[in-house]
Design a protein around this ligand. Structure first.
Ligand SMILES: Nc1ncnc2c1ncn2[C@@H]1O[C@H](COP(=O)(O)OP(=O)(O)OP(=O)(O)O)[C@@H](O)[C@H]1O
Ligand SMILES: [Mg+2]
Length: 297
């Protein structure tokens, strides 16, 4: 990450690697990625009519280095959650491979923590019991103490005994964050974690996530449709095309200095340059995605 973060000059747009590329070249040593998707294609088959197929993503190659914060942006419905599900091992791709720290992924990715796009707290459990759940599943004996520690870290020290319906939307997201991070995953997968929040709460949480990330430097694959958020948080932003057969259209190194305050960094000239360069690629895809959804509706 270091060398990328220091690069200067005009925003660097890298075309995505050629489709199907990604295999290591002989004689070229590349560091092992925390998470690598190579040539991933996902085709969904209609349950009612087996002859009806929809290829959401096609031949997607992307990687996240250990300690790197990578965002994927793309129009709604293009296949962002699908890719994250493949990386989590929740969805088997129709073609391609997934490697986790150099090992082929078979089944659930046990080195990853997943913060889902939809609310995933168990309504019958308190915030504390929700945070404890994964640790209990692992059979850890100090689950309660660890949950209390993480609830404090996300600013919910006094709210552990509340049920999800007794928490605000921001508090529920904080609980989900604690639930994910308490397991100390090497890879963190986040699917539009703050999209339902008001802008102030959202920026506070983005800064909190950056602080937590800076302390532990885990590999993060972050999905968002919000380009500002992607640039403010990331080391690298990958732009996905509109579907069907969505694929990376471009890859941008975000060389803004860290630590960052997400509100302050947005008004810097470099941020504005990066935003313009990425939006030039993303704009047409967003329009295509929007047009397709109107056709289906
Ligand atoms: N299990 C499934 N069966 C059939 N089609 C699916 C399935 N999961 C996803 N799709 C389709 O694949 C495409 C990509 O879906 P996905 O949820 O990955 O998009 P997304 O980029 O995350 O969208 P959003 O930004 O709205 O969250 C969509 O057209 C969706 O309808
Ligand atoms: Mg999604």
């Amino acid at each position: 990450m270091g060398e990328r973060a220091l690069s200067a000059g005009p925003p660097q747009a890298h075309r995505a690697p050629p489709r199907g590329a990604g295999a290591q070249q002989p004689g070229v040593s590349t560091p092992i990625a925390a998470l690598a998707l190579r040539g991933v294609t996902c085709t969904f088959v209609s349950r009612d009519n087996r002859s009806q197929r929809y290829t959401a993503v096609e031949d997607v190659t992307l990687h996240v280095a250990p300690g790197e914060f990578v965002s994927v942006v793309g129009p709604t419905g293009c296949g962002k959650s699908t890719l994250l599900n493949v990386g989590a091992g929740l969805l088997e791709s129709s073609a391609g491979q997934v490697h986790v720290f150099g090992q082929p992924l078979l089944g659930i990715n046990r080195r990853a923590g997943y913060m889902f796009q939809t609310e995933a707290l168990m309504p019958w459990r308190t915030a504390r019991a929700n945070v404890m759940a994964g640790l209990e599943f692992r059979g850890e004996t100090d689950a309660g103490a660890q949950a209390d520690e993480w609830l404090k870290r996300v600013g919910l020290g006094g709210f552990g005994d509340r049920y999800p319906h007794q928490l605000s939307g921001g508090m529920r997201k904080r609980t989900s964050l604690a639930q994910t991070l308490v397991l100390d995953p090497d890879i963190i997968l986040m699917d539009e974690p703050f999209s339902a929040l008001d802008i102030q709460t959202r920026q506070l949480m983005e800064n909190e996530v950056l602080e937590l990330w800076a302390a532990k430097k885990k590999a993060v694959l972050f999905i968002t449709h919000d380009l500002d958020e992607a640039i403010a948080m990331s080391d690298r932003v990958i732009v996905l095309s509109a579907g069907p057969a969505a694929h990376p259209m471009g890859e941008f190194v975000i060389d803004l200095p860290r630590p960052r305050d997400v509100a302050e960094v947005r008004v810097t000239p470099r941020f504005v340059d990066l935003h313009k360069a990425i939006w030039d690629v993303l704009r047409d895809e967003v329009l295509k995605g929007y047009a397709q959804q109107r056709l289906v509706a």
